[in-house]
Design a binder for this molecule. Structure first.
Ligand SMILES: *Cc1c(COP(=O)(O)O)cnc(C)c1O
Length: 457
């Protein structure tokens, strides 16, 4: 046995150190053991002194057992970044998650001790946020909401047992992202698609000609991630409602509940219901700024009856949201403005000031940083073509990779916070629009850590 091998402290001895015993209670023995093994390897490789194994293990341990998820500061300028989990939750929603994580009265009436309506708080908050709705329901995500409606009204699971048709415009057979195609989802329920119009144009008479005894419902989908311009025409919700007949389901996508003057082309639930839609479907984690969820809002009368039917459909149980989602959704709806709303309505002058301050502080640390104007977008499959004036700190391009990978940074005291910027014109831009002002200090620390760590020379 070589001297080095003999010097490697035994696993049992290391794990018995009081600091590591405590870490094992928090993170589990298996995880701590893996980190210890890594430190022992470094001793064998001559990279670590044997007496430093406990310290090195402690330094390398993650804060939580969910060690593979790294917090990322979204400096991309894309407000709802799909790869970063879309909407960041508000502090109120995060606090609500803590309450819901334990046992809670999600389905219990504490007054009577009897079973209560599951998620009533979230459902009441959603109903209160959209007074035009006669009934509401929440499922796993926007796709689940569509799948439930299509199954119940036109799929193999429809009451009649025979698949029926969904009348939909050709220009609305959209792909949302990562290969998710709405027509494929609808067809998977067993429903038949009755496509009307052409890619660029559809008229009320196209729908009229297609609607018949086989029609389960008419579906209007918001093409949320692209625009068709030029020789185009589509049929408005009000016109479609005017045709009468089968239920009119409108998938608005982004979950905007009321009109937002900043996004004049983005449909909202209140307006679409007022225009005569029977049912509106939307996502919870796009412009609504909440957890992943699918919202179903029915008009008073026929839409409310439909929502009740959907709630009782056998598939509804498989698409049910958990207590964490219900808690976060309620806090999102009833609480203070979400980070998404704050980012959307941020004052460009304030963003510019933040960029100037950050760049000046970084220059004082020797970083080649300069404040620049920038253009942010909504993202997450919403508000295509909308550009939001923003401000950024521009750094040399080489910062991008080091900022993204905090574990490759030489100093770890800033915590495992990754920063995702945007490459533009040969520079790494840190766009501030998607970040709250409270994040500026962490952003500063992360950049300075990279700069002073010699990671980039
Ligand atoms: C995003 C989106 C969906 C899918 O919603 P998820 O919550 O991602 O399942 C469906 N339709 C439209 C129009 C969308 O924009």
């Amino acid at each position: 046995m070589s001297d080095v091998r003999r010097a490697v402290p035994r696993t049992d001895t290391v794990l018995a150190a009081p600091e590591l015993a405590q870490a094992q209670r928090r993170l589990g023995r298996a995880l701590v053991k893996r980190v210890v093994a890594d430190a022992q390897r470094r001793v064998r490789a001559g990279e670590l002194a044997p007496e430093r194994v406990v310290d090195a293990t402690l330094a390398a341990l993650p804060d939580t057992a969910a060690g593979s998820l790294t917090p990322v500061l979204n400096a991309t300028g894309v407000l709802l970044h799909t790869n970063l989990g879309r909407a960041p939750l508000s502090e109120a929603a995060v606090a609500a998650l803590g309450v819901a994580a334990g046992s809670c009265d999600v389905e219990l009436d504490l007054g009577t001790g009897a079973r209560g309506r599951r998620g009533r708080g979230a459902l009441d908050a959603l109903a209160a946020a959209v007074p035009a709705a006669g009934a509401v329901h929440v499922v796993n995500n926007g796709a689940a909401a569509l799948a439930l409606v299509a199954t119940a009204l036109a799929g193999a699971g429809a009451a009649s047992g025979t698949p029926r048709e969904i009348v939909i415009a050709r220009g609305e057979l959209v792909e949302i992202g990562d290969g998710f195609r709405i027509p494929d989802l609808l067809a998977a329920t067993g429903a038949r698609l009755r496509e009307v119009g052409t890619t660029n144009r559809v008229h009320a008479r196209d729908y009229e000609d297609a609607i018949g005894p086989d029609t389960g419902f008419v579906l209007k989908v918001h093409p949320s991630n692209f625009q068709i311009t030029g020789f185009t025409s589509s049929v408005s919700v009000a016109e479609l409602a005017g045709l009468g007949g089968p239920p009119l389901v409108v998938d608005i996508g982004s979950g905007l509940l009321a009109p937002d003057p900043l996004l004049p082309d983005e449909p909202d639930a209140a307006t679409v219901l007022a225009d005569g839609a029977t049912l509106v479907t939307a996502s919870g984690d796009k412009l609504l700024g909440g957890p992943q969820a699918g919202l179903l809002l029915g008009s008073p009368g026929a839409g409310a009856d439909l929502v009740q039917r959907l709630r009782r459909h056998p598939l509804a149980r498989a698409l049910r949201v958990d207590k964490l989602t219900l808690a976060a959704l309620e806090a999102t709806l009833a609480g203070p403005p979400t980070p998404t709303a704050r980012a959307l309505h941020a004052d460009p002058a304030v963003l510019a000031e933040r960029a100037e301050t950050l760049a000046a502080r970084l220059r004082a640390e020797g970083v080649d940083a300069v404040a620049v104007g920038s253009e942010a977008t909504v993202g997450g499959g919403g508000a295509p073509g909308v550009s939001l004036p923003s401000a950024a700190v521009a750094l040399p391009e080489r910062y991008a990779a080091a900022l993204r990978q905090p574990e490759r940074q030489p100093e770890r005291q800033a915590g495992r916070t990754s920063v995702l910027g945007r490459l533009e014109g040969g520079r790494c831009l840190l766009d501030l629009r998607a970040l709250p002002e409270e994040a500026d200090e962490r952003l500063f620390t992360a950049v300075r850590t990279v700069a002073t760590g010699g990671a980039d020379g």
